[in-house]
Design a protein around this ligand. Structure first.
Ligand SMILES: [Mn+2]
Length: 323
């Protein structure tokens, strides 16, 4: 017990951009790293108290020859991009920085999780998404890999895949773990701890995420990877995304979720994916990018309280029956 590592939030962060969109069919998601940088990503993160921000630039994989795979589009470019990304993610973590990866579509989650796993093989993965992204090429309607990364990453799905040429580099196989419900078949079968919007209604975002963290890591000792799909937010909050869903998380809930994860001191990797600046009008674009920035800032220690002394806001509620 006395040897237990004490976790503190890392005050150093490394940014990786991944202008990649071949995991889905719409033009524009590859522009997101440039759009976020243009909107002040590096500067805004640098303004967080004591945070040291280093930009590791973009991952680019031009001119990759396609291989044919049934109902799985662009396997070779997806694979090449993720292989490079995985190496870069490991490098940033070895530099002792929290790695922030800006997508790109969600197929890049394969590379970020793989790269993280290479460095911290006891990491836990939290997938925040309107969709479960757990299709294989046999269950997918679209053949787009951005709907498959979870199935590519987990041990329990190995036998559902055919041999995938060009994917041999991938070393990660995260285990699905215990409890609860949702995207019925797979998730129920393997009892992955999840929470859906109904849980957020009933218990609030705070209890929901605390429940999941406790299930995944009861001793609070494992590094955390959050793969955040902007479409987990309600379409009103983040309209510029390829598969928007109404009735999703509010931005406040997402911020609160990230603040809670930040407070554990164990967050080591965050992906922000599926922002598509080519969808919607100027106001949609602005809203979506701002939402993304708010989510990242919350994950990295930005305080909504500013410098107001806590006690002023947390006034004790008077019991009317006392006295
Ligand atoms: Mn996703």
């Amino acid at each position: 017990m006395s040897q237990e590592k004490k976790w503190e939030p890392l005050k150093k962060v490394g940014i990786i951009g991944v202008p990649f969109e071949k995991g889905q069919k719409k033009y524009g998601v590859s522009v997101a790293p440039a759009a976020l940088r243009y909107a002040g990503l590096i500067q805004q993160l640098s303004e967080i108290d004591g945070l040291d921000v280093k930009d590791y630039g973009d991952i680019e994989t031009p001119g990759i020859e396609e291989v044919k795979m049934e109902n799985m589009a662009h396997l070779a470019p997806v694979s090449a991009c993720n292989k490079k990304l995985s190496k870069r993610v490991s490098e940033v973590l070895r530099d002792d920085r929290v790695v922030v990866t800006i997508g790109g579509d969600h197929s890049i989650g394969v590379g970020t999780v793989d790269g993280h796993y290479q460095v911290n093989n006891d990491m836990i993965l939290i997938w925040v998404d309107a969709h479960a992204d757990i299709n294989t090429n046999k269950t997918s309607d679209s053949g787009s890999v951005h709907g498959m990364p979870v199935a590519l990453l987990v041990k329990e799905f190995c036998s559902y895949w055919p041999y995938l040429p060009t994917m041999d580099w991938q070393g990660t196989l995260v285990s699905l773990r215990s409890v609860d419900h949702y995207e019925r078949l797979a998730i129920e079968k393997y009892k992955i701890p999840t929470f859906a919007m109904e849980d957020v209604e009933e218990h609030g975002i705070k209890k929901s995420i605390e429940h999941v963290l406790k299930k995944l890591d009861p001793e609070n000792k494992r590094p955390i990877h959050v793969s955040f799909d902007i479409d987990s937010l309600d379409a009103l909050e983040a309209p510029s995304t390829g598969t928007p869903v109404r009735g999703g998380l509010s931005l406040r809930e997402a911020i609160n979720l990230m603040e809670i994860i930040y407070a554990t001191g164990r967050l080591r990797a965050v992906d922000l994916v599926e922002i598509n600046p080519a969808i919607g009008d100027e106001s949609d674009r602005k809203k979506t990018i701002e939402a993304g920035l708010c989510v990242l800032k919350a994950a990295l220690g930005f305080s909504r309280r500013g410098t107001a002394p806590r006690g002023v806001i947390d006034l004790p509620v008077q019991d009317p029956d006392a006295q």
